[in-house]
Design a protein around this ligand. Sequence first.
Ligand code: FAD
Length: 521
Amino acid sequence: MNRNSIIRRLAEKEDVFDFVVIGGGATGLGIALDAVTRGYSVALFEQSDFTKATSGRSTKLVHGGVRYLAQGNIPLVFEALRERGILRKNAPHLVKDQRFLIPCYRWWEGPFYFCGLVMYDFMAGRLRFGRSMCIGPKRSVKTIPNLRGKGLTAGILYHDGQFDDSRLAINIARTAVDAGACVLNYMKVTDLLKEDGNVAGVVVRDEESGDIYPVKSKAVINATGVFADNILQMDTQGKRPVVRPSQGIHLVLDSSFLESDCAVMIPQTSDGRVLFAVPWHDKVIVGTTDTLMKETLEEPIALEEEIQFILQTAGNYLARAPRRSDVLSVFAGLRPLAAPRGEGKKTKEISRSHKITRGNSGLITIIGGKWTTYRKMAQDTLDFAIRYMDIPTRDCVTESYAIHGWKPDPDFSDPLYVYGADAGEIRKLIASAPEMAEKLHPDYAYTVGEVIWIIRNEMVCSVEDILARRLRILFLDARAAVAMAPGVAKILAAERGKEPAWQQEQLTAFTDLATNYILNG
Ligand SMILES: Cc1cc2nc3c(=O)[nH]c(=O)nc-3n(C[C@H](O)[C@H](O)[C@H](O)COP(=O)(O)OP(=O)(O)OC[C@H]3O[C@@H](n4cnc5c(N)ncnc54)[C@H](O)[C@@H]3O)c2cc1C
């Protein structure tokens, strides 16, 4: 996946693309893959790095949504459970079966949640991950040693999926490129091309070189999540906003806060939501919140009240409560919720289903949805777009299309498991010279060789791309990421043939950014 050669292809292309997709998050990447595997020509442009925005900041669950079941949104749960199963088949190296425990402290909660989860299993049908069961308080504490045992009446064990969002995205991007798509990061869409009032392509600016490219296409799909209104404004100035951003934050703690490979799900917090504490890459992610925001920032910042809320709520259920100083990283993401027509709805009540619309100019916009259902969202969007186009109709094939790195029965204890079938190549590089095997941090397994492989194969432009979205260390332990940054900046500068001044700029930019992920005081 070489950025320069894809840019050359773009510059040399004389005919019109069938589709241009704006946005390199879960939604846009899914659409590009769907289009190219149907046999259409497609270009995707991401203004920053893939999953820089919402898609790299999820709770990392591939789930049917137990909460949506409680809300009675049966069609959404059915769809998400089906997609959960399909995703695990197509990317078994990245989607794990994750056990969850719901701790029950009132007598009725055990039977109530157990009945709901039996229904959840039944709805998943053949694609079920594991069977739910009700266990006693002693076994619950044995399963999660740091769980508050006092007053516990029962525990409900159930299964859902867990994944690495940014790694899945980069693998989807590679799958699309392998199939012939033109997929580029750091390419910002600055305007729409129009012919007789109809959208006929986009103008993109290469954020690395400053070069401008007009790119013609038969259809343009706006998959920019919380930024969708910016593109809609390019189409029709003064248009009513269609997205309502809602912030969710996560705190990352040491694995000793669960002492288990089983996650905890708190079904009813004081604000009427659910809270998860999920093991992820040897740490525990705790979240999330739901705070309506006025501003759409590229780098959203956790609010103090959100941090307090998560620490307090987690502390109510854990024997050893987490403190501020225990937080290894804090990250915030914005949900691209579809704004309801009527005002006054609480964010937790706004539909999580996706919504596809077409403007008078033909611009297609998709917003809402979940990572879990990205494939079905892409299928729906393409089916919708084709109806208005003068191109041959071709069927979607992604239901059984392996994602790059596909590998059956992965060993999840292998530090390189997220690379799936590519892990062998990385191991070979690490073994090729002693300096390749050098570690980048004494507490973590990351090596020089792994970083060089990433730079050569995964369209990396900055130190942040590596530490935040390829290795994930910024999200796991922000202070360790800062400590690794000088080494990574040096490797990146050498691989890209950049000057020491560029290397220093990269280092400063990353260190500044990392302060948002570190909790002080
Ligand atoms: C806190 C939180 C937790 C979540 N947890 C889960 C979960 O556990 N499981 C689950 O299934 N779902 C989860 N979700 C939902 C899921 O993460 C989102 O639905 C999904 O990531 C949205 O993806 P997207 O591609 O639509 O948006 P984004 O990921 O935001 O992608 C849009 C992209 O468009 C780019 N862009 C914007 N303007 C331009 C432009 N002019 N030119 C080029 N590119 C542009 C942006 O840079 C961005 O990368 C969660 C969401 C949040 C906020």
